[in-house]
Design a protein around this ligand. Structure first.
Ligand SMILES: C[S@@+](CC[C@H](N)C(=O)[O-])C[C@H]1O[C@@H](n2cnc3c(N)ncnc32)[C@H](O)[C@@H]1O
Length: 395
């Protein structure tokens, strides 16, 4: 259930707050496992047959599955409870973050001189997708508290409640699973310089430093507060990472200066125009032989109508305006448009290292257990989660 974060850079909770977090995680687990299963069965038993009766065919897309389900009691209860639980995630951690603000700032100051770095850019025009709406119903979005530690502390503790233990003790399961997969699949690849785009608090950046300790790792984000928090969080764990405030669609790095450009759960929060620019920038800053790699939600083209809609739900009800637009795009085409060769593209599904273990990640990387997109496991925060990734080497 809710993980207790294992690093010192976190807001401490009272026993009541811990109980509240556990309750919200438990409620989310019930919604995302049991109520989701009820909704699927309502779709098969009621919604899809009614759609078929009216249209003479099955729903063929995520949009049509949504149309078929709207108004169904199972859909209504699932959606209403999920929205309320989402609000409760952030509410459950707000008091402790507020109470702990001064202590966290003092703790961060103690490690200010540790290896690693933080470079904020007060002149940066922070893009609207980062601050203008409460992304995934998170009050104040990523710029809550400006460049204070507040947004980072809320995100860190909130994500622990949100993810119900599925993202690991330091919320790094995605980064650990993906970096281990790449190490196993490409054993001769030895990156010297790694860039993480849209890192937030760097929870999925740190695993890259662990996988490639000799590499210089730089993490960027447009929002200042999460970077300030992430930098202190990394230093307290003895991880040397540079955190810099910058837009991923306008990188202040030279051409051909990185071996890996990585992102996780980032592309779906960008407009279509920003996303295309991010791919162009990734291609530009990669060295020849370098790897662009994104962990994301699996695309609609690889999913059936119901399961595609199940993921697109966030676009309609969770303040994720770009989610569906992203999932309707085709990763292979995004890469090709930015200049990557068709033959250099690959996508894959990696089992969560925390759930399935290192051997399962190695098996997937060696092709012994190549996974197709699992309709109910890939990218879905529920029992048995697996992660979808894609990317390309630059020739
Ligand atoms: C969902 S979070 C990503 C979380 C993290 N990478 C992970 O692995 O869970 C999206 C992040 O992207 C950042 N962001 C959005 N647009 C951006 C842009 N144009 N340039 C840089 N960062 C951006 C937001 O500030 C936010 O921190």
């Amino acid at each position: 259930m809710t993980v207790e974060l294992k690093h010192p850079m976190k807001a401490q909770s009272t026993p009541d707050e811990v109980a509240r977090g556990r309750f919200v995680s438990g409620m989310r687990s019930l919604i995302l496992n049991d109520l989701a299963a009820d909704m699927k069965s309502a779709y098969e038993r009621r919604a899809a047959p009614a759609f078929r009766k009216e249209h003479g065919r099955d729903p063929e897309s995520s949009r049509e599955a949504h149309q078929a389900l709207r108004g169904d009691p199972a859909f209504n209860i699932y959606s209403a409870m999920r929205v309320q639980a989402q609000k409760m995630v952030w509410a459950s951690v707000a008091d402790s973050v507020e109470r702990e603000a001064e202590r966290l700032a003092a703790e961060a100051a103690k490690v200010a001189d540790a290896p690693g770095g933080l470079e904020l850019d007060p002149a940066l025009d922070v893009p609207r997708n980062v601050h203008a709406i409460d992304v995934h119903l998170m009050p104040g979005s990523y710029t809550r508290g400006a460049d204070s530690l507040e947004a980072g502390a809320v995100y860190d503790r909130g994500l622990a409640v949100f993810s119900m233990g599925l993202m690991g003790a330091n919320l790094d399961d995605i980064g650990l699973s993906m970096s281990q997969y790449i190490r196993q699949r490409f054993p001769d690849f030895a990156p010297q310089r790694i860039l993480d785009l849209g890192c937030t608090i760097g929870h999925n950046t740190l695993p890259w430093k662990q996988a490639y300790p000799a590499a210089e790792v730089i993490a960027i984000d447009a929002a200042p507060g999460p970077l300030a928090y992430g930098s202190a969080r990394a230093k307290m764990q003895g991880q040397e990472v540079q955190f810099r405030q910058m837009c991923a669609d306008d990188l202040a790095f030279e051409d051909g200066s990185f071996d890996v450009v990585w992102s996780s759960m980032f592309l779906h929060e960008l407009s279509k125009k920003q996303r295309a620019k991010v791919f162009e920038e990734a291609f530009r800053v990669l060295k020849p032989g370098g790897l662009m790699l994104h962990m994301e939600l699996p695309p609609n083209e690889q999913m059936g109508a119901f399961d595609g809609f199940y993921l697109d739900w966030d676009s309609y009800y969770n303040n994720e305006p770009y989610y569906k637009g992203y999932r309707d795009e085709v990763p292979r085409e995004l890469c090709a448009r930015a200049g990557f060769g068709e033959a250099d593209y690959f996508d894959f599904v990696v089992p969560s290292i925390g759930i399935y273990g290192e051997a399962a990640v190695a098996d997937a990387a060696h092709g012994d257990r190549a996974e197709a997109v699992g309709q109910q496991t890939t990218g879905r925060l529920a029992e048995g989660v697996m992660w979808y990734g894609f990317g390309a080497f630059k020739r």
